[in-house]
Design a protein around this ligand. Structure first.
Ligand code: ADP
Ligand code: MG
Ligand code: MG
Length: 876
């Protein structure tokens, strides 16, 4: 096997083998850009090393050969005391994992070569000793596990002694003394001396980079970003170039466009007289890249030319790392750069304008998740609010409220009308009531898959977790950050999109993208709105899936329509039984005779009808799927315990509990251990005569009143064709009698329905997958209970990458969907098929529904633009 590639042998297409960094370094060499000579050890070698604990056979020889070639190219040899070659050993996996793995600079410095390095640089003793102390520090920390503080302490003491706060204030003598102290620290912690053989340094560094693939933070990062755990990292060995040789040297990072806003024009930071790692470490303040024009015009011009070349080559925003060594520019890294959601849209549209990519490709450059981010309200930071902490941006949004430290108090405070932020070290299922009541959740522990994060995302709540600088003191009901105390009742603001926490109430701005959807901003309002408009319009043109909304009221329906919904895929009628209508439902349930029941239904009829009229008006000309009542009826009755107490108290006092007694009997009669699997959906329609008929009548009469109404009647929870036939027969009879035309179809949400879809299609004009119930019954997970109880553990174990309630489980529940589509269409080719579960607005799931050939997805009004975009992306 070939384990080592010279930069001249590789390309970006080989990133599986060479990692992103190695592939892109090779690509830059191909483009003729100034890259220091080097070679890449493949991810294959890393995987072999991690598997066996030893370097694969032949690797050492191959590295030796490539090192010789590198030495010839540079004209210096590793370990040559007169004129030593130094190299960096850099990690670089297929997917960028910023800062998660190790890089070691200045390999090759020893007591023997340090003087040679000084001679090489015109007698720059200070530089040589500074490089040596950097090597011992970095090598000690990353290769040998010496705690970083041990070195920091020595450095700080030396600075104090020299009366400086800046590394640059240390002269060669001071640095030489630091090296001596560092070597003692090194030996104390490792039990051996700092290696004086450069080949040994190189070999150990390579192994350390291999091993850093499994560093704790790398493992965690991969889990969060869904990067496979078995890829391994490549290792790049690169001749060192020095940005710390004086004022005519320096280092910087740059982007070919602004990665925050997408605005055209290069953007970056530069630090004179420094090594690359100083920029990231924030040791000194950088200057804007534009300053370089003044400092070193020639390098600046060359850099701009190179950046333009890279953009043209990658046809996208690139970020780069560069170093200038005494006026000579070197490129150390490039890649297609990460960017904010807003920049992703703006840049994609710009590249279309510039003729670099077409609109289809532009759609592949943005995601529904990014669009979702752009729809959240955001903080207006123009008042420069005080940032108190930062954590993991776990669930987006902008939440403002008073800090409260326990769930019960949070729920009570929220109930009294005060907005609350629940602050915990971490959350557990007991905190649920508080989480539900809070505007946002802040924890000091845990990452994106922690309980707080998972639950918050499920509820659409803002969440910042793992803000580890917070010292949360539950007993004192306060948290401390860097000596600043925030007490219970103090107002804080959480930005779930950036993970930042601010003191006080930061004003919230509605998203411009939402204002555009609402019609309050013109499509040309600003570059972002223009880009969103352009890409969504193209998505609409390309997509095969129609997008409908789940909406129960005229108001929701009208909003959905403004957001681009092409109809209603799910109107839940049970919401129409709440409020003052509850009393009518009680009467229906308590009815002892047919006459009493009909009287209750007669009163419900006009109320339902007027709801439908409103809905049909808002959606005139577009289809509206109305689902007949689904939930167990006892949900409309008071809780058993309350009633039992009330009746007992009355009886105790010798009073007649009257109506309450009847209610209690009914509640007892209807009590179910497993109501989700009980008397609901079509079962209700079959058991309570007249209930579905009343609803069908209300729909038909409403449709007759609204020109252009296009009602569709949907029967929930069907598992057998016989159930559907019974309801459908009655419905069709009524529709005929009233002279209204409407499709009658069914939900497919019980596994048996999916498996007998061929038969069921005989009695259905359409199918709509209820994937929430289908997931619940397919997995046997109670959807109301799982999230807190054990999903966190399941996610940790990797049983699934995301909750199957969030993204459809393609292999299991998805298989049921496929079977139902195939067999349903085989029986009835014109069968119209959609989905109305939460999955209808989930990007991953939308792609699945496109693949299996559904006609539409239906989702909440706010998800409609996301589904439109993803349906377009699925089609290009
Ligand atoms: P990361 O992936 O964490 O950015 P890198 O491998 O890119 O790690 O290296 C860390 C820093 O060291 C970067 O600033 C990089 O530019 C700098 N660096 C790496 N190799 C060299 C080299 N051969 N010469 C000079 N600087 C280097
Ligand atoms: Mg880098
Ligand atoms: Mg359902």
């Amino acid at each position: 096997a070939k384990y080592v590639y010279d930069f001249a042998e590789g390309s970006k297409e080989l990133s599986d083998l060479l990692g992103g960094k190695g592939g892109n370094l090779a690509e830059m060499v191909r483009l003729g850009l100034p890259v220091p000579p080097g070679f890449t050890i493949t991810t294959d070698a890393c995987r072999a090393y991690l598997r066996t604990g030893a370097e694969p056979y032949g690797l050492a020889d191959e590295v030796g050969l490539h090192l010789e070639r590198l030495e010839r190219q540079v004209g210096r040899r590793l370990g040559d005391s007169a004129d030593p070659l130094l190299v960096s050993v850099r990690s670089g996996a297929k997917y960028s994992m910023p800062g998660m793995m190790e890089t070691i600079l200045d390999i090759g410095l020893t007591d023997d070569t340090v003087a040679g390095l000084a001679a090489q640089t015109g007698g720059n003793e200070r530089f040589a000793w500074d490089s040596y102390r950097r090597l011992i520090q970095m090598f000690g920390k990353t290769v040998c596990g010496v705690p970083g503080e041990a070195f920091e302490r020595v450095l700080d003491e030396a600075k104090a002694r020299a009366g400086t706060s800046d590394d640059l204030g240390l002269d060669a003598g001071a640095l030489k003394a630091i090296v001596a102290r560092y070597r003692t620290v090194f030996a104390e912690h490792t039990g051996h001396d700092f290696p004086q053989d450069p080949r040994e340094q190189l070999g150990l560094a390579i192994r350390a980079v291999f091993s850093s693939w499994n560093a704790e933070r790398a493992v965690l990062y991969r889990r969060q970003e869904h990067i496979p755990a078995d890829l391994g990292t490549a290792v790049n060995v690169v001749a060192m170039v020095f940005g710390n040789l004086g004022a005519d040297s320096g280092t910087g990072v740059a982007f070919t466009r602004d990665p925050a806003t997408g605005a055209p024009g290069v953007y970056g930071d530069y630090l004179a007289d420094a090594q690359g790692e100083d920029v990231v470490a924030g040791i000194r303040n950088t200057v804007p890249l534009q300053e370089l024009e003044r400092l070193d015009r020639r390098s600046y011009d060359e850099l701009l030319t190179i950046m333009a070349k890279l953009e043209a080559h990658y046809r996208d925003l690139c970020d780069i790392e560069f170093t200038i060594e005494r006026g000579k520019l070197w490129m150390l890294q490039t890649r297609v750069g990460k960017r904010t959601a807003a920049a992703a849209f703006v840049i994609a549209a710009q590249l279309v304008d510039e003729g670099v990519i077409d609109l289809d490709e532009a759609l592949t450059r943005v995601t529904g998740a990014q669009l979702a981010q752009l729809m959240f309200p955001a903080f207006d930071l123009s008042g420069r609010p005080e940032r108190v902490a930062s954590g993991v941006a776990a669930a987006p949004g902008a939440a403002v409220g008073v800090a409260v430290f326990d769930a019960r108090r949070a729920a009570a405070t929220a109930k009294s009308g005060t907005a609350v932020i629940l602050v915990r070290r971490e959350t557990n299922p007991d905190d649920l009531p508080g989480m539900i009541a809070a505007q946002g959740i802040l924890t000091s522990r845990g990452g994106k898959t922690s309980h707080a994060a998972v639950v918050a995302r499920g509820m659409g709540k803002t969440c910042v977790c793992g803000a580890d600088s917070l010292d949360v003191d539950l007993d004192a009901r306060q948290f401390t950050v860097d000596g600043r105390v925030v007490r219970e009742g103090d107002v804080i603001s959480l930005d779930g999109t950036t993970g930042r926490v601010y003191a006080g109430a930061v004003p919230v701005q509605p998203s411009p993208v939402v204002r555009y959807f609402e019609g309050a901003l013109s499509p040309g309002a600003d570059p972002l709105v223009r880009a969103v408009d352009r890409l969504l319009t193209h998505a609409d043109k390309q997509r095969r899936l129609a997008v409908r909304a789940n909406a129960d009221t005229g108001e929701d329906a009208a909003r959905a329509r403004r957001f681009g919904a092409q109809g209603i895929g799910l109107c839940r009628t049970e919401h129409m039984f709440l409020g003052e209508r509850r009393a009518l439902v009680e009467r229906l349930i308590l009815a002892r005779t047919a006459a009493e029941r009909d009287a209750a239904l007669d009163e419900l009829l006009p109320l339902q009808r007027s709801d439908f009229v409103e809905l049909f008006r808002a959606m005139a000309g577009l289809p509206v799927t109305v689902r007949l009542i689904d939930p167990p009826l006892h949900e409309f009755l008071p809780p058993l315990e309350d009633l039992a107490v009330k009746v007992a108290v009355a009886e105790e006092r010798g009073q007649d509990p009257g109506h309450d007694k009847d209610l209690l009997d009914a509640v007892r009669r209807m009590h179910e251990e497993n109501p989700m699997l009980g008397l609901r959906g079509v079962r209700l329609g079959l058991v309570i005569p007249g209930l579905f008929a009343m609803q069908v009548r209300a729909i038909a009469e409403a449709a007759a009143q609204v020109p252009d109404a296009r009602p569709e009647i949907m029967v929930p929870l069907v598992g057998a064709v016989q159930e559907l036939e019974a309801v459908r027969g009655e419905a069709l009879g009524l529709l005929r009698e009233l002279g209204v035309d409407a499709r009658v179809g069914t939900m497919i949400e019980v596994p048996r329905a999916a498996l007998t879809a061929g038969e069921i299609a005989g009695a259905a004009d359409f199918f709509s997958f209820g994937t929430n119930d289908l997931t619940q019954m397919g997995w046997g997970f109670s959807r109301d209970d799982v999230e807190g109880a054990f999903f966190t553990r399941y996610l940790e174990l990797g049983i699934f990458g995301v909750s199957p309630f969030e993204s459809i489980d393609r292999d299991g529940v998805g298989r049921l969907v496929r079977i139902a589509v195939e067999e349903g269409r085989a029986a009835r080719p014109d069968l119209h098929i959609g989905v109305c579960g939460e999955h209808g607005g989930d990007p991953e799931s939308v792609h699945f529904f496109h693949e299996v050939g559904l006609d539409y997805v239906s989702c909440s009004p706010f998800r409609v633009p996301i589904a439109r975009l993803e349906a377009g992306r699925a089609a290009v």
